[in-house]
Design a binder for this molecule. Sequence first.
Ligand code: IVH
Length: 696
Amino acid sequence: MSTHQQTTTAEEARKRIESLTRQVEHHRFSYYVLDQPEISDPDFDKLFHELQDLEQEFPDLCLPGSPTQKVGAAPSTEFKSVKHRIGMLSLANAMSYDDLDRWQERLIRALDNAAHDLNFVCELKIDGLSIALTYKDGSLVEGATRGNGEVGEDVTLNLRTIAALPQELKPLKLPNGSNHMPALIEVRGEVYMPVSSFTALNKGLHDQGEPTFANPRNAASGSLRQKDPRKTAKRKLGLWTYFIYLTDSEIKQPNNHFENLELLQNLGFPVEPNRRLASSVEEVKQFCQDWSDKKHDLDYQTDGVVVKLNDRSLWDQAGSTAHSPRWAVAFKYPPEEVDTVIEAIHFDVGRTGAVTPVAWLRPVKLAGTTVKRATLHNAEQIRRLDIRVGDTVVVRKAGEIIPEVLSVKVENRPVDSQPFVYPTSCPVCETALERIGSEVVFRCPNTFACPSQVRRRIEHWVGRDAMDVDGVGESLIDQLVSSGLVTHVSDLYRLTESQLLTLPRLAKKSADNILAAIGSSRIRPLPNLIFALGIRHVGTSGAELLADKYQSLEKLAAATADDIASIEGIGPAISEGVVEFFHHPQTAKLIDELKEVGVALETIVSDLESAKALPQTLAGKSFVLTGTLETMERDTAEKNIKRRGGKVSSSVSKKTDYVIVGASPGSKLSKAQELGITIIDETQFRKLTEDPDGTP
Ligand code: IVH
């Protein structure tokens, strides 16, 4: 072989190793972290082996941290500390337009009073959390939180779940027409939670009896710092970027900030579109003015406008104080508060019986909407603030979303005002309220007959993540409950066309559609059913874990708290919630009734030979498959295991009983060997599933 050829081969190998490393990392992430493999195991194994072979042949080219060195294990979700290459400063605030003038004066002084024609870039100040992203050769290698500005936390895995965040960048076009990818890029931006996701998240948490987040920023921060990236992925975070630092000489970084934002966009980064170049502070003020109202129309929260000097070549000269640069400032909108009068205090009785006091207000405009109600949280809050009907109060939108009563203007209190007396019985069904343990909330214990709780339970039952009954909305539920047609969820399945036609304004066609939608919800998957029951603390992911383990409602009902808590991902709050729920005598009745009306109470095996028909010889055994089986499809193998009561898992752990090995097995084999788990081949596996007495 000539020297020339060898160099080409090594160069080719380098490129291939890089590409394979990237692909393998990507698929490991989809598989282990997101639980959403994009390719089959054999295809993954092919890539992995090709990489392993190449690295063996060219050990010098093996990249540091190559996935071949971290066999089998899921990527670590520990948040390492990361020292920021470039410190992450904060911004000085301007609380008024005068403050903006003063900022410009300070800036001009810092620039030695030179007669610069200063231009400014106005950007909406996104209310999220700032992050630093590092890209090497166009691939994301690290993402970190701000931390204390010097050192942050490595949240790369969680950031990778954000759809807007590019994992690979688009190359830049050089003037000569060729493509160019800068070697090292640092990007700064803001991760946020869209208002719509925030509202949905809090609704879900509230429905599960869990504490809710105060505002989208807290929710974004909590979501980005989840130990389990699958949870982050479900939170639907967004990203806007606003700084780029290129440490690469081939491309000249524009020296004005506005063009840098375009550069970010050309590389594939999301940049908030409502930015504007302003040629004076007066124009900046106009921008702030324009957006003080318009900002309410966006699906993300903004708490001000960030104003940056456009000319980056002056940034150094302008300099920084210890905390913030002089070339930028954050104009903050005043807090959105307004005075109004409490006309009445009403109570909301939720699905779990929790009673929440709600102030009915004289309608006022606040942060873009008309506010008519505000939460008073609980009895304690009313007592602490001495809130009374007739009081003038200050109302604020907490994080601009949920209005709350902040304080009472005692000086405006009517002379005949009386302290508010908190009810001792349920405002809906008049049952005496209870307080459980150290909880601050009062609850109505009339769980199964309080019309408000019944209504809420049915609303929850028909919800999308529950039994997903189309066309049964709040007003129909109201009618069904108040007419006495429905008291328990099982009553839904007994409704007849003629009963529905007795309801006002309901035509035959809609009645039929409603009955059809209710009918088809009889066979929802078990996780939906478990979620629909509205067990305290059991959300959609908890319901999935429970369904996976018990496969039927009856088995779940019979499980002990310890057994439930032994499931990975299930904590004591859930397990106790489940046991408490199934201990309730009404629950047994509910299950009987659901059975009677034909709701499927177990995992449905579409196969005619249903799971129960076979002896459950593999009950309690956990299997992992790796490599290609010769005589059967993977699906069939999995079905055969499940039909005999076994469980199939995607990764090997101490809890695995058998690893079934086919042709070209992957890293799961070595992991199994490491943990001393029984390894069987296809023939042994066939025996296990075909012959009830066979043992490997
Ligand atoms: S620039 C040198 N631009 O606001 C600091 N920050 O109050 C540079 N923020 O820590 C920050 N939107 O978390 C910048 N368009 C934007 C922003 C923005 C939101 C946040 C960021 C920063 C904080 C400062």
